[in-house]
Design a protein around this ligand. Structure first.
Ligand code: BES
Ligand code: MN
Ligand code: ZN
Length: 511
């Protein structure tokens, strides 16, 4: 099936490629990364021009500072630019990602189609060469992304969408690692942009059906995609998911993405909450900022981003021992005449009955059936779910990190480590038996909320999910805060962040 991009899609891929130093030393604009102290090493072609720029006293090395020097006619490059990296000791992957995004923005502002970026050995400080390459490619691509809203006027073609990169003064092995990092970073960023673009679309454009076609657009090679419709879900008795979908005319979809790793015998399931809009249902949300509930499919966005990366070679040379299975429960939570009502009791696929005390705690309902589906058809060795599950996690942790909890410290630690490597911080919250006790119900096996007196909103959500997970090693990531609304940081300019795509890809490589 052909995937038709919705109106606003900022589809053109950015070109990011490693080239030999000589090829990156010429053109309309060459940027050199410049750490504090000494003259930046841009190689032989630009040595004199860089020394001359330095001698003016106007070459800025403060972190993210840009300085531009127009070159005399017939020079190798028309403009020689620098992006400062600050003191060497402070350089790590997150600043490099931002610095690369600053270079891209400056190239776009300079209205050049294509630019070059020279990365002297000193500019990456003590950062591992591959990690530096990854961060730089990510910064370039993520920085270039802006959501292009549907407008009458077609968006103009944009400058600065092609970049040639060369490492300068790297040892041979480090140069190779840096180039590998660039490829990995480009794939991770392209996947993140894919997720961001789905996440940013309004709910009447990015429907469950649209998510299904986005998933199908990734199928091929080792990746199989299956889509269940309402009837198929009813056959499987996914009544917790369908109970949420009842309130909307928009058809729900359940997406199954299977990436087969040669030789792998075990399965790792990655489950995403795909609420393309959450009104709250009968337990309706307040009007203010309700439009932001378009982002309630960001768990699904993360899963689709992961599979975008897998479909485009995101594992690189890594050979995980697990197949990767993506499961997405996609629906709206709306308030039509058939909407479920507070107090209704539904039965999940595994037989657990659930008292729906609050129709706005719908994420855990759809995830319950998605987790049951994973158990029944994939018997996972490890499972992770991602969801914009609770406002409480925003209160607890804000927008700069996601919450993580689960039943297996090794799985949690592996994800926290992956998040660290991707510069997407995760903070662990407890998930104890006392939390599990809070979601037992008088009128069913489980209630979908704990009492208002309990206070703990996020861990109650995790505790509810844990009943469906059973003994499977599992972690739950609550990305309600991290998914959107964070600080703007050069490679993120507001809206949906494509959160957790990079983390999941890092994690998948270690499975
Ligand atoms: N999608 C929301 C959670 C959310 C809130 C995401 C704010 C992003 C920003 C979720 O479905 C929800 O409504 N959760 C309720 C649960 C409550 C009823 C127990 C909440 O957090 O208020
Ligand atoms: Mn809700
Ligand atoms: Zn929700």
């Amino acid at each position: 099936m052909v995937c038709r991009r919705p109106a606003g899609y900022n589809g053109a891929r950015m070109k990011i490629r490693s080239v030999p130093l000589a090829a990156a030393s010429r053109g309309p604009l060459v940027f050199v990364l410049a750490a504090d102290g000494g003259v930046p090493d841009g190689g032989p072609t630009l040595r004199a021009a860089i020394a001359a720029a330095k001698a003016t006293g106007d070459l800025l090395t403060g972190a993210r500072k840009v300085s531009l020097f127009h070159q005399p006619p017939r020079s190798a490059c028309k403009r020689l630019g620098f992006v400062g990296c600050g003191p060497r000791a402070k350089i790590c992957t997150e600043p490099l990602r931002r610095i690369a995004a600053v270079a891209q923005a400056a190239a776009e502002k300079a209205a050049v189609a294509d630019f070059a970026l020279l990365v002297p050995r000193a500019a990456i400080g003590d950062v591992d060469a591959e990690a530096a390459g990854r961060a730089i490619a990510e910064g370039l691509r993520l920085g270039a992304y802006v959501y292009a809203p549907p407008r009458r006027q077609k968006p103009k073609a944009r400058s600065g969408q092609s970049c040639r990169i060369a490492a300068v003064g790297f040892a041979k092995a480090a140069a190779a690692a840096f180039a590998r990092g660039l490829v990995a970073g480009r794939i991770a960023a392209e996947a993140t942009v894919f997720a961001r673009d789905l996440e940013n679309q309004p709910s009447n454009i990015c429907t469950p059906t649209r998510l299904a076609s986005a998933a199908r657009s990734l199928a091929g090679g080792r990746l199989r995609v299956k889509v269940l419709d309402r009837a198929a879900m009813a056959k499987l008795r996914m009544q917790a998911l369908l109970g949420v979908a009842r309130g909307s005319a928009e058809p729900p979809k359940f997406l199954v993405l299977e990436y087969r790793v040669p030789g792998a015998r075990k399965n790792a399931c990655v489950v995403g909450k795909g609420l393309t809009f959450d009104t709250g249902g009968i337990s309706i949300k307040p009007a203010a900022k309700m439009d932001e509930m378009r982002y309630d499919m960001c768990g699904a966005g993360a899963v689709l981003g992961l599979f975008h990366a897998l479909a485009h070679g995101g594992l690189g040379a890594h050979k995980p021992k697990h197949n990767l299975i993506g499961l997405i429960a996609a629906t709206e939570n709306a308030i039509g005449p058939s909407a479920q009502k507070p107090g209704d009791v539904v039965t999940a696929m595994d037989g657990h009955t659930i008292e729906v005390l609050n129709t706005d705690a719908e994420g855990r309902l759809v995830l319950a059936d998605a987790i049951c589906y994973a158990q029944k058809f994939f018997d996972p060795a490890v499972m992770v779910d991602l969801a914009t599950l609770t406002g409480a996690v925003v209160t607890a942790l804000g927008h700069e990190m996601a919450g993580i909890m689960g039943n297996d410290q090794k799985v949690i630690d592996a994800l926290i480590a992956a998040g660290k490597a991707a510069d997407e911080p995760l903070w662990q919250l407890p998930l104890w038996d006392c939390h599990r006790d809070q979601v037992k119900s008088k009128f069913a096996d489980l209630a979908n909320i704990n009492g208002p007196a309990h206070g703990n909103g996020s861990t109650a959500g995790g505790a509810f999910l844990s009943y469906f997970v059973g003994d499977t090693p599992w972690a739950h990531m609550d990305i309600a805060g991290a998914a959107y609304g964070g600080l703007h940081k050069d490679y993120y300019k507001g809206g949906a962040a494509g959160t957790a795509v990079r983390t999941l890809l890092q994690w998948a490589r270690t499975l």
